[in-house]
Design a protein around this ligand. Structure first.
Ligand SMILES: [Zn+2]
Length: 248
């Protein structure tokens, strides 16, 4: 084959390759026009939200403490929702927001060490996965998620909790917020148990979930105690993608 021809062939591949790259970056709009390798790092929480220019610090008045971060547009929407709720006598309190990989790793490994020694690795992981994500697979990495008021479903069954839950169910969608972890049933057969406190800003998180479905796989979920179980459990399919249809 003449060298000239090989050269032309190579440059064609290069041009096509860059087009593919540009297309991927365009679909990654949700993660702030990042190149693909950065999309993966972003979705897996491998960054510091305090140093990321798409994030803002949540003022303490909206939360139980200072120091939480959210994506700017998610927080703008939250503020509007917060004010509307306040006018209706409902006080929304952010109890958790963005958590990066290292933060999630601390939560996961603390729970891992607390598991009965006699349990198999897979059973330890499944037990933690009832409510907590493996590092690298949490929606809380994305800057789009908030946990509100109380970490117990039954808190939302009566009094203030019930009033808040009803208000959110009637109004949150107007501000772009939906609940990914609804009751587990035939419509949502896999994933975490119900979390009435967890809400997602879907104008950002739906495209991010699509990116996650393309970019992530179980073998990438690693770097913490018990990560070898991710593939057996099918974390990407059963947990990351195991969300309510309002969040897909
Ligand atoms: Zn949550």
């Amino acid at each position: 084959m003449p060298k000239q021809f090989i050269k032309i062939l190579l440059s064609t591949f290069l041009v096509l390759g860059s087009f593919a790259l540009i297309t991927t970056v365009a679909t990654a709009e949700s993660v702030n026009q990042l190149p693909p390798s950065d999309v993966e790092n972003y979705l897996m929480g491998r960054f510091n939200p305090a140093k990321h220019n798409a994030f803002v610090k949540v003022p303490a008045k909206y939360a139980n403490r200072k120091g939480y971060y959210l994506r700017k547009s998610a927080f703008e929407a939250f503020k509007k929702m917060y004010e509307a709720a306040r006018k209706d006598g409902v006080k929304l309190i952010i109890r958790s927001a963005t958590r990066n990989f290292d933060y999630q790793k601390r939560i996961w490994e603390r729970k891992w060490r607390a598991q009965k020694k006699s349990r198999s690795a897979v059973n330890k992981a499944r037990n933690i996965l009832k409510l907590s994500s493996m590092p690298g697979s949490s929606r809380h990495h994305w800057g789009t998620e908030v946990d509100l008021n109380a970490f117990r479903n039954d808190w939302f069954d009566h009094d203030q909790g019930l009033k808040l839950f009803r208000w959110m169910n009637n109004n949150a969608a107007k501000y772009g917020f939906h609940r990914p972890y609804t009751k587990k049933d035939s419509k949502r057969p896999t994933g975490y148990n119900e979390e009435r406190w967890h809400w997602s800003y879907t104008p950002l998180s739906i495209p991010m979930l699509r990116d996650a479905a393309m970019v992530l796989n179980d073998s990438k979920i690693r770097g913490f105690l018990g990560s070898e179980t991710a593939s057996q459990i099918g974390v990407v399919k059963n947990y990351i993608l195991g969300v309510d249809e309002s969040c897909r």
